[in-house]
Design a protein around this ligand. Structure first.
Ligand SMILES: [Zn+2]
Length: 240
């Protein structure tokens, strides 16, 4: 329920659902109220346009993959990281090259889903590229020129919401043209296009003009404690 709350777009809808949450989980709600960090964990009150990935799964995945490697010396650790990230980069670069659509597969499937939802809406033209889009239970205002909708999905995700798609269909605008350029396959490709190189063999390092001394480390007494790397997002750090 907490994760569902975090993903809500509209503040009015969030407030309503949060009241229900308070009744079911009063202790958790008390903790959240006292921490006063609504802008950090909710999409509805975030001052920025949060991307739709709201987990730290990737960081957790790296933690697991590097469980053994992180005990290695720094160069070996860096090379392990390079091997891991290079394999991921190759996978997504190859997927982007093989793609036959204009937008990434995730965005294509979101658009398809929203298009199907939008087919059930009634659309009323209000002004130049402004529309009132009504479903059985709601009414939302869409402005195709400024790429905004009162549901806030269009504003935040930068992908047309079902209302915007219904409005664009109504006025014969290609809804693909309303998607932000970040989601083009070409941009996806560029994100993974740069190679990450292996650290050179030590005898090939260009050290002619450089003297690198080891860092002075004060060793504590007793057995060395092994902690996992803290994930981004823990300890109150921002994910965005
Ligand atoms: Zn909308």
């Amino acid at each position: 329920m907490f994760m569902q709350l975090a993903k809500i777009y509209k503040q009015t809808e969030f407030d309503l659902e949060y009241e229900k949450f308070k009744k079911i989980y009063p202790d958790a709600a008390k903790f959240l109220d006292e921490s006063d960090l609504l802008d950090r964990w909710t999409r509805a009150y975030s001052p920025r346009s949060r991307y739709n990935i709201m987990t730290t799964n990737d960081v957790g995945s790296i933690n697991v993959r590097l469980r053994e490697e992180r005990k290695l010396p720094i160069i070996a650790l860096l090379n392990s990281l390079q091997t891991l990230t290079t394999s991921w980069f190759s996978r997504y670069r190859n997927a982007s090259v093989a793609s036959i659509t204009n937008f990434t597969p995730t965005v294509e499937s979101i658009l398809c889903e929203r298009f199907n939802i939008g087919r059930g809406y009634q659309v009323y033209e209000l002004g130049h590229l402004e529309f009132d889009v009504r479903s059985a239970t709601n009414s939302d205002l869409v402005d195709l020129e400024s790429k905004r909708c009162t549901c806030r999905e269009f504003d935040i995700d930068k992908i047309p919401c079902s209302h915007a798609i219904a409005a664009s269909y109504f006025c014969d605008v290609n809804f693909y043209s309303l998607c932000f350029e970040y989601y083009y396959v070409m941009i996806w490709y560029l994100a993974y296009s740069e190679p990450i190189y292996h650290v050179l063999n030590q005898n090939e390092w260009p050290l002619d003009d450089m003297l690198v001394l080891p860092h002075v480390i004060k060793r504590r007494r007793g057995r060395k404690k092994q902690n996992r790397f803290p994930s981004v997002g823990e300890f109150g750090r921002r994910y965005d």
